[in-house]
Design a protein around this ligand. Structure first.
Ligand code: FAD
Ligand code: DHB
Length: 389
């Protein structure tokens, strides 16, 4: 079989890329290791920047998001119980959309006309510097797809980045000594807008998926096991980290999902190896504090789609030649912001009294300075995607 682009991974990055290519008449086949149901069962991000909203519109997959998503004009930050609201719209004229990654994925699956092969085993990339092809096994039968380009959209643990000789990639990494324990519950959110809270016991986040479904997180040590956390223990811990009036207003119930995600910053450079291009979590990881992971995956593939369309339709390599340096500029800015939000709001086991005072001063400066708030709001709502309208 032959296609113009093989996309490895049917997460949000792979599905969005596939859709943008198909709308431009570029043929793409997606290979995904898991089943569609499994992909939809993963509970992950919940906040979309305007750029991601625009992209879902371009993909023709924005109908349900506009009907069911919640536009948020502000966000709350609290530090040891002192709570402040940042009015994002007043500060930078932009807002964010609260709409779950699961729903984004479902909507992108629904609009797709091209071929997606789920439960593709042993996906292997070949001849990246020549005439590339990809092999895989499905239901015990081996297959081969010849192509012009391969897009590695297969996440941090995927095969694409691992297919490149280690000597060709430089990686930058920071592993944090904690993770986020998250639960999903069918109860109304504790507040209209999100609350990011620093507390001596650790970070907490009150998020939501709808007016009747909430998502909460607490910082836990890296070696913590989800089995050790009954729902009651989770609610007690969350309450202890929130301002008293928020803790009193919390509506608790039986969790419908509970999981721990470790926090990591990671960037691979470059993002092009012959005819292979990396995008999304395959290329970089951010700690979730700034809500950037999904959004960065979206902006990567927006730029990659235009570059591949230019190469396939106009036979010009300008876009693909610039892809890596183009997206890395934006990636590093999101890495910086996510690292900074993480440093501001978490407790670090190794931190001394001086670092704790600096952390508090960082918060006090933020809530007293319009400039600092504008900087946070500009990053949180999403930096512009250079080169796109
Ligand atoms: P993914 O969503 O990881 O998709 C990659 C796809 O490739 C997967 O479907 C995978 O099954 C498939 N794949 C992997 N290997 C292969 C292979 N060998 N062959 C074929 N297919 C393969 N971000 C936030 O902003 N907020 C959050 O709360 C948040 N929570 C997260 C929790 C977890 C546990 C993780 C892992 C990430 C979280 N993120 C969060 C980050 C955000 O979800 C990601 O940035 C986003 O999913 C990136 O999309 P992607 O399409 O690049 O990668
Ligand atoms: C959610 C996750 C985040 O990392 C974040 O910053 C905001 C919201 C969420 O899952 O709802």
């Amino acid at each position: 079989m032959r296609t113009q682009v093989v996309i490895v991974g049917a997460g949000p990055a792979g599905l969005m890329l596939g859709r943008l290519l198909e709308l431009a008449g570029v043929d793409a086949t997606i290979l995904e290791r898991k089943s569609a149901d499994y992909v939809l069962s993963r509970i992950r991000a919940g906040v979309l920047e305007q750029g991601s909203v625009d992209l879902l519109e371009r993909a023709g997959a924005a109908g349900r998001m506009h009907a069911e998503g919640l536009v948020h004009h502000g966000v709350h930050l609290s530090f040891d119980g002192d709570s402040h609201r940042l009015d994002l719209t007043q500060l930078v004229g932009r807002s964010v959309m609260v709409y779950g990654q699961t729903e984004v994925t479902r909507d992108l699956m629904a609009v797709r006309n091209g071929t997606t092969i789920y439960e593709a085993d042993d996906v292997t990339l070949h001849d990246l510097d020549g005439k590339p092809f990809v092999t895989y096994r499905k239901d015990g039968v081996d297959h081969r797809i010849d192509c012009d380009f391969i897009a590695g959209c297969d996440g941090y643990h995927g095969v694409s980045r691992a297919s490149v000789p280690a000597s060709a990639v430089t990686t930058y990494e920071r592993v944090y000594p904690f993770g986020w324990l998250g639960i999903l519950v069918d109860k109304p959110p504790v507040a209209e807008e999100l609350i990011y809270a620093h507390h001596q016991r650790g970070f907490a986040l009150c998020s939501q998926r709808s007016l009747t479904r909430s998502r909460y997180y607490v910082q836990v040590p890296l070696d913590e096991k989800v089995e050790n956390w009954s729902d009651d223990r989770f609610w007690d811990e969350l309450r202890s980290r929130l301002a008293p009036e928020t803790a009193d207003a919390l509506k608790t119930g039986a969790s419908i999902e509970k999981s721990i995600a470790p926090l990591r910053s990671f960037v691979a450079e470059p993002l092009r190896f012959g005819q292979l291009f990396l995008a999304g979590d395959a290329a970089h990881i951010v700690p979730p504090t700034g809500a950037k992971g999904l959004n960065l995956a979206m902006s990567d593939v927006a730029i990659l789609a235009d570059a591949l369309i230019e190469a396939a339709v106009e036979k010009s390599d300008a876009g693909i030649d610039q892809y890596s340096s183009h997206v890395l500029q934006r990636i590093w800015k999101a890495e910086r912001f996510s690292w900074w939000m993480t440093s501001l709001l978490h407790t670090f086991p190794e931190s001394d009294a001086f670092s704790r005072r600096i952390q508090r001063a960082d918060f006090d400066y933020l809530v007293s300075s319009q400039a600092a708030q504008q900087s946070l709001a500009e990053n949180y709502t999403g930096l512009p995607i250079a080169g796109l309208p």
